[in-house]
Write a protein that binds this ligand. Sequence first.
Ligand code: ADP
Ligand code: MG
Ligand code: MG
Length: 868
Amino acid sequence: MEKLIYTFDEGRSGNKELLGGKGANLAEMTHLGLPVPEGFTITTECCMNYLADASFFEKQLKAEVLKAIQNLESETGKSFTSTENILLVSVRSGAVFSMPGMMDTILNLGLNDHRVQDFAKLTNVNFAYDCYRRLLQMFGDVVYGIHKEQFNVLLHQMEKRLNKKVTDFNEAEHVELIESYKNLFSKNKVAFPQDPMEQLFEATKAVFKSWNNQRAKVYRDLHNIPHHLGTAVNVQSMVFGNSGEESGTGVVFTRNPSVGDNKLFGEFLINAQGEDVVAGIRTPEPIESLQTILPEAYNDFIKHSHKLEQHYKDMQDIEFTIENGKLYILQTRNGKRTAKATLKIVLDLAAEGLISKEEAIMRVSPEVIDQLIHPVFDTEKLTAVDAFATGLPASPGAATGSIVFTADKAKEYTALGKKVILVRQETSPEDIEGMVVSEAIVTSRGGMTSHAAVVARGMGTCCVTGCEALTVNESAKTVLCGNHTLTEGDMISVDGSTGSLYLGEIPTIVPENDQSLQQLLTWADECAELKVRANAETLQDLQTAIDFGATGIGLARTEHMFFGEERVLEMRRLILAKDEEEVQAALNKLLSFQQEDFYQMLKTVQDKPMVIRLLDPPMHEFLPHDANEIKSLADQLNRYPSAVEKQIEKLQETNPMLGHRGCRLGITEPLIYQMQVKAIFNSAIQLAKEGLTICPEIMVPLISEKAELDYVKSFLTETIEATFKEHQMEPFPYEIGTMIELPRACIIADQLAENADFFSFGTNDLTQMTFGFSRDDIGKFINTYKEKQIMQQDPFQVLDQSGVGELIKLAVDKARQTKENMMIGICGEVGGNTESIAFFQQIGIDYVSCSPYRIPAARLAVAQAVLK
Ligand code: ADP
Ligand code: MG
Ligand code: MG
């Protein structure tokens, strides 16, 4: 039989699968000689065995747990069942991946009506009953699903009736309170087991079962954690942070998890136990104060935290407890952090020599980069408004939305397309689904390591905690702040970097491309093979793309040059022209507009390559449809509205996306493409004369047949040559290539390559045409497809490797047979997607092209594709 239980001295950190993250790290810390209370870990396999067949517990596990407890008794010299020298334990869940607050912990296990009295003799009455009370509450909650709050209500009722705090109760009063807790159990038709072993068995089973509770499932889905891993159970001898003024408990990050500074960051509470810090019940003190309150414990902590960081080579999130001045480490893990801190920390660790450049690149996920370039409030607009309240800056970012007070409301509002800010006294794991959909989270209580803060940082959601000026009344749906009363639906703006809250909506801007990001991306560029280009055409986007480090422009669309009031009129004049003269007039106008556009675009990108795609959309997109517009167009063109209407009707298509568009239009109306290349070369020649080296890359869309390309290319070349002549200019190099976006084009890629200088895969249309799904309508069924597990992902966001990907691979192989060194790129949404990038790397693509804001993440992803 497999080994079911490992003591902390037996385990190894490499064994996370089996021991869970917490168990593996407790074992590792034990080996490092850190002060970890003794204990043992029941493996994740036991969890899965039990969930598959409950009889496993009776038949196999029970006897092993008994043995492990006996072993723990002899190790600690205490007893779990007798009334002398009392051993109490905690039962702590621990999955392979850390899931903060997602599963349940029970402390002080082993107390009962008799043992609590003996325990009180050993310690003191107040402390002993504090432990017992907590045990009943946690046990009731975890094992029997009696909500924690119901116990608190009983506590507060009694405090009110006796008009004193629980800490001032006498023994009889404590016993009365315990009795009322036990009555709560009876009301729920259960009883609190008096036998410590029974408690341990029930608690273990409950932790196993918690693996499948709703909030744990939601968290796993959110973070792509598989559901089959199970949780381990750690049973550990208790140390008591609630045993007086020289005791306490705390949570510390070895570096700042918000900004990454190499300085301890954390909080503690004196005379407190377990989750008091995280639950945000009392506002904790900063870790620095521990130095004056309990200097010895503080110094020990510094020593141990340093050791842990050196050992794990990463920022640690450490939970500790001090019992009568002596420090114990109860947990360590790689700390969750913001995007900003992630970057700062990997760069610092690399500079400190703890990790290599490659390791630094691999440790940052492309999503983190996305977050780094996300918006902050426009500082100018900020100076004009005053914050109405300020709390702790728990997770940076800026967000605006309507106030909601419950997770359910948050879901309800967001389902209607509204942006919400979740405002609560404090959050708890039950709120997770509401937190996921919120733009920001605000709590009136709790510190920087409260549940809200930790979860928000993990999700990259803006968060302000401990905003004590707020009085949140969740049932009345109001929040009071000084003389303001805000109600559900009111708009506020939240700055998670400063902790400030503002009334109304404040515009956001995207932050500067900062130094540290540059540093990491420069390292990434050094190992990358795939180049990253941008899809951009407006001058602003082109500039942004270059600032973000695009090596060129993979797709500059030209549609925008035909829109805008003046331009679309000329385009309409062209389409509806009644004679040659009118055609020429319209074309000349369009030419002069576009010439200026191309001049500015080429000048912006300078010597970087830019692929310019000739006009692609179907004609009807340029024509008016409602009667008023048609009338006004007719006026402008000096025609009868009925005549214009008739013409428009004739141009209607049943399936415009499959219709008269792309090169098909170029072939029936060559004048438009000729005008476009003329505009391109007029401006390119002008810039060449000004001293710039330019090599225009012209891309013909929607080719499905070689003859199409041959025909278009021949008249384009003619026009280009004529343009050089007109300017008396010695021709400079240029390229004419094609967009591959139809399955047929992939199949005949070898033929197309004969007459194309480059290829660029238009994966949006290619996906559309391969699946026969319209990109604009996939929203109507993709969610059902995902739920019914017909498709895992939206193929417009993540490349469908086995279908569309195979077509691309086939086309690349064929093209390279014809022209070994032909430049081949990808332009389409998936060009910025990490998973898809890894595939493109494998099949020998030269560059990916994506929208400007995805460039930094793509630069990292292309490097990771090589390092993996
Ligand atoms: P989580 O996974 O939610 O962090 P833990 O298992 O770490 O849950 O338990 C929460 C807290 O309970 C710990 O941070 C610690 O303060 C307290 N705790 C757990 N086990 C013990 C123990 N053996 N002695 C004292 N406190 C404990
Ligand atoms: Mg917990
Ligand atoms: Mg913990």
